[in-house]
Design a protein around this ligand. Structure first.
Ligand code: IVH
Length: 699
C-alpha cells in the first residue's frame, strides 16, 4: 500500500477537489481521483475503516465517472469505475458468490429520487411503477448459500465477485437458521443476501466492556459488526450478539424432480417467503408506493424516526416491486437499475482540529473542547466538540492540526471518533493540558479515582455561572427564558451573582438593556416567580450537589417532608435509603455542612421557594408504592423513559442498577448483563414487557 506521506497528500487533495480549490488538469485530476478512490476502497473493504464519508466518496466517484465519460481518451481499464470494488483481506479463504454482490446507487434528496423515478419510467416505457421501501441497514453485508436445506456457506461482500468465508462465524448469529426446509418448496440451492448488524444497546455494552479491559473503543455498530464477523474465535463472536436481516434472494435453483414450486413474482413476496422460512426480513416494515411524491414524503418523515429503532440505519432502500420489471431493467457492473438508496444526512464527516480550549464545569471539572473547522453533520453545523478528558485525548492520539472524523448521531453529543494519522503533514502540535484554571488561575487538582482535572475554587466565576445555568435548566427549576446567554449576560453585568440573586433581579436595569422589551421582561418575571412553586426534587437537583442526579433527587425528596430535614442528616441516614451509595451520602453531608450553602438555602426559603414535599400524599396512593424497578434491553411498545415515568406516577421507584434492593427487572429485547446479574441474585422478579404492562394494569 502507499506510504503514510503519500496517503496524507491524497487525503488533502481529496478535500481540495471536494471544495473545488484544486488547480489540476483533467489528466492529473483523473489520476488523483483514481488514487484517492483506490485508497478509500482499500481502507473500507480491507481495514473496515472509512476515510471518506459516503457523500464524499460518491462525489469523487461520480466526478471521475463524468470526466471519463466526457474524455474517453482518459479512460483506462484499471480505473476503479471499471470494476465493482477493490481489495480483499488476505487472511481468510475466499468464496465465489453465485451471483455478483452489487452495491446500490445513492440518492440524497427529493430531486435525486424524482430523477431516478423518471429514469425507471422511461426504461420500462410505462406511466406508473409500484415501489417497495424498506430500511437500509447500516451493518456488514452477508451472503448465505443453502443447499439441500442446510446452510452451506456464508461470505462477506469482498470485491463483489468473491468474499471472505465467514461460515463458522455466521453460524454464531442466532437469527441465521442452519436448516430451512426449502426442498418442500422445490428449492435445491438458494443464495440469500442480507446485513449483519449489532443493535445499539449491545454496541454500547461491548464498548463499556472494552473500556474496562483497556481495549480501544469501536467507532460505531457497523464497524463492530464487520469486525466481529472476522474474529478468529467463534465463541467470542457468539458473545457479541449479532443479528442479521435478509432482503434479497439473488439466486434460486429448483430441484429437477420438483413437481411444483411456488413461484415468487415480487420483492414483497420474496421478503414474505424469507420471513416464513425463519429468516428475519423487513416483510413487516415494508411499504408500497405508486405515487412518487407520497414516497418522497415517507422518506423524509422516516429520517426523524431513525433514532427510535434499536439498530442503526443509514437510509431507506427503494426497489421496483415486480420481478418481471426488475429483470427488464437489469443492472450496471456496480448496481441494479431497479433499486436505489435514499441516504439520510451523514452523521460523520471529516474536519480539521484547529485548537483546543479548556472549559470549567459546574463542579470545577476541566473539559478539553476541540474547535474544529465547521462541518455540516445531520443538518447541524458543528464547530466545537467535547474531548471529555485528558485520557481520551491521549488514547486517540489527537494533535492540533489533525484531520479528524467527527460523528453526531441522534441524541448523542458530537464527538471525535478518531484522528486520521494518514493525513498528517508533520506540522501537527501536541495538545498541552493547563496546570492552572484558565478562568481564576487556581492550581488544578486531579483526585486519584477521577479521570478529570478540577478547579477547587468554588467562587471561580466559571463555576458560579454554570451553577446558575444548571439551576434554571429544563430538568431543574425550568425557568424559561433564563438560558445560557441570559445567565451569562446578567452575570457579566453584575445583575446576578448567585442563585438567590435570580429572585432579586433589578428589573429597571434589565429594561435598559438592548433586546429586553416589556413583554419579554414580563415573561421572564413570571417564569422566575412560578419557579418558586416547583416540586422539591427540582430544587434539590437544581442545587447542583455532586453525584446527585435527577433520579436521586426524586428519591431523596420522596423520603422527606421538608428540605430542612437534611441539615442534620448523617451519612447513615442517606445510606438507609434505597439506591444510595457512599459517594452520594458523603457529598450530601458535605454540601449541607458548608456555611455558605446553609446561608443560600435560608435565603431561598425567605424568598418564598418551596421546601416542602407536596407530592408525598399523592404518591402514597400509587399501587406500586414500595416497589423498585429497573428496565433493561429494548422495549417495543414504549420508550424506556415513558415506562419509567409510568412507574413513578404509580408510586414505584426506579433504581439505577441491579442490587438486592431491586424488586422487578423488566427486560426488553436483547437484555444483557443486568439480566444475568439479576438471575444470579435470585430474589428479583424478572418480567417481560407484556408482564410489566399486565402488572401496571392491575396497579
Ligand atoms: S439491496 C441487488 N436492501 O447497502 C441488491 N441493500 O450501499 C442490492 N443494504 O451492499 C442490495 N440494507 O449491503 C439492499 N434493505 C436493503 C439494504 C441493503 C442495507 C446494504 C447492502 C448493499 C449496501 C449498498
Amino acid at each position: 500500500m502507499l506510504d503514510a506521506q503519500k496517503q496524507a497528500q491524497l487525503l488533502h487533495l481529496a478535500q481540495d477537489i471536494l471544495k473545488d480549490t484544486h488547480s489540476l488538469t483533467n489528466e492529473q485530476l483523473v489520476q488523483s481521483l483514481r488514487a484517492i478512490i483506490r485508497l478509500a476502497d482499500w481502507k473500507y473493504y480491507v481495514a473496515s475503516e472509512s476515510l471518506l464519508t459516503d457523500y464524499e466518496y460518491d462525489f469523487l466517484y461520480k466526478h471521475l465517472l463524468k470526466i471519463e465519460t466526457e474524455h474517453p481518451e482518459l479512460l483506462s481499464p484499471d480505473s476503479p469505475t471499471q470494476r465493482v470494488a477493490q481489495g480483499l483481506s488476505e487472511r481468510a479463504a475466499t468464496i465465489k458468490h453465485l451471483v455478483p454482490m452489487l452495491s446500490l446507487e445513492n440518492t440524497y434528496n427529493a430531486d435525486d429520487l424524482r430523477a431516478w423515478h423518471q429514469r425507471c419510467l422511461s426504461i420500462l416505457g410505462i406511466e406508473q411503477i409500484e415501489y417497495c421501501i424498506e430500511p437500509k441497514y447500516d451493518g456488514a453485508s452477508i451472503s448465505l448459500v443453502y443447499e439441500h436445506n442446510r446452510l452451506k456457506q456464508a461470505a462477506t461482500r469482498g470485491d463483489g465477485i468473491q468474499g471472505e468465508d465467514i461460515s463458522i462465524n455466521a453460524k454464531q448469529i442466532k437469527s441465521v437458521p442452519l436448516f430451512i426446509n426449502l426442498e418442500a418448496n422445490g428449492i435445491e440451492q438458494i443464495e440469500i443476501r442480507g446485513e449483519v448488524v449489532m443493535n445499539k444497546e449491545n454496541f454500547k455494552n461491548l464498548n463499556t466492556q472494552r473500556e474496562k479491559e483497556g481495549l480501544s473503543l469501536l467507532a460505531n455498530p457497523r464497524n463492530a459488526a464487520s469486525g466481529s464477523l472476522r474474529i478468529l474465535d467463534p465463541q467470542e463472536v457468539a458473545q457479541r450478539k449479532l443479528s442479521a436481516i435478509f432482503y434479497h434472494i439473488s439466486y434460486v435453483q429448483h430441484s429437477h424432480n420438483a413437481t411444483q414450486h411456488q413461484a415468487i413474482h415480487s420483492h414483497k413476496e420474496a421478503l414474505e417467503n424469507l420471513y416464513q422460512w425463519g429468516l428475519p426480513s423487513p416483510a413487516k416494515e415494508l411499504k408500497l408506493f405508486t405515487d412518487i411524491e407520497a414516497l418522497i414524503q415517507y422518506c423524509e418523515a422516516f429520517e426523524s424516526q431513525r433514532d427510535l429503532l434499536p439498530y442503526e440505519i443509514d437510509g431507506l432502500v427503494i426497489k421496483v416491486n415486480r420481478f418481471d420489471q426488475q429483470e427488464a431493467m437489469g443492472m450496471t457492473a456496480h448496481h441494479p437499475r431497479w433499486a436505489v438508496a435514499y441516504k439520510f444526512k451523514a452523521r460523520q464527516s471529516s474536519s480539521k482540529l484547529l485548537d483546543v480550549i479548556f472549559q470549567v464545569g459546574r463542579t470545577g471539572s476541566i473539559t478539553p473542547v476541540a474547535k474544529i473547522e465547521p462541518v455540516l453533520i445531520g443538518g447541524a453545523t458543528i464547530s466545537s466538540v467535547s474531548l471529555f478528558n485528558e485520557e481520551n485525548v491521549r488514547e486517540k492520539d489527537l494533535k492540533i492540526g489533525d484531520t479528524v472524523l467527527v460523528e453526531r448521531a441522534g441524541d448523542v453529543i458530537p464527538y471525535i471518533v478518531k484522528s486520521l494519522p494518514e493525513a498528517r503533514l508533520g506540522t501537527e502540535r501536541t495538545i498541552q493540558f493547563p496546570s492552572h484554571c484558565p478562568i481564576c488561575q487556581q492550581e488544578l487538582e486531579k483526585p486519584e479515582e477521577e479521570a478529570v482535572w478540577r478547579c477547587i475554587n468554588i467562587d471561580c466565576p466559571a463555576q458560579v455561572v454554570e451553577r446558575m445555568i444548571h439551576f434554571c435548566s429544563k430538568d431543574a427549576m425550568d425557568i424559561r427564558g433564563m438560558g445560557i446567554a441570559n445567565v451569562q449576560k446578567f452575570y457579566e453585568l453584575g445583575i446576578i451573582n448567585n442563585i438567590a440573586d435570580l429572585y432579586k433581579i433589578n428589573w429597571d436595569k434589565v429594561a435598559s438593556l438592548e433586546g429586553f422589551k416589556e413583554k419579554s421582561i414580563q415573561n421572564l418575571k413570571t417564569a422566575i416567580e412560578q419557579s418558586k412553586q416547583q416540586e422539591l426534587y427540582r430544587l434539590l437537583f437544581g442545587l447542583g450537589i455532586r453525584h446527585i442526579g435527577e433520579t436521586t433527587a426524586k428519591n431523596l425528596s420522596r423520603a422527606i417532608q421538608n428540605l430542612e430535614a437534611l441539615y442534620t442528616w448523617g451519612e447513615n441516614d442517606y445510606l438507609a435509603l434505597e439506591d444510595f451509595g457512599p459517594k452520594m451520602a458523603k457529598s450530601l453531608v458535605h454540601f449541607f455542612s458548608l456555611d455558605e450553602n446553609k446561608k443560600l438555602l435560608q435565603e431561598l426559603k425567605s424568598l418564598g421557594l418551596n421546601f416542602e414535599n407536596l407530592q408525598k400524599e399523592k404518591l402514597s396512593e400509587g399501587n406500586l408504592q414500595g416497589n423498585t424497578f429497573l428496565f433493561t434491553g429494548t422495549l417495543s411498545k414504549m420508550k424506556r423513559s415513558e415506562a419509567e415515568k409510568l412507574v413513578e406516577q404509580l408510586g414505584g421507584q426506579i433504581l439505577s442498577g441491579v442490587s438486592s434492593k431491586l424488586h422487578y427487572l423488566v427486560c426488553g429485547e436483547d437484555a444483557g448483563s443486568k439480566l444475568e446479574k439479576a438471575k444470579k441474585l435470585g430474589n428479583i422478579q424478572i418480567l417481560n414487557e407484556q408482564e410489566f404492562l399486565d402488572l401496571i394494569q392491575q396497579a
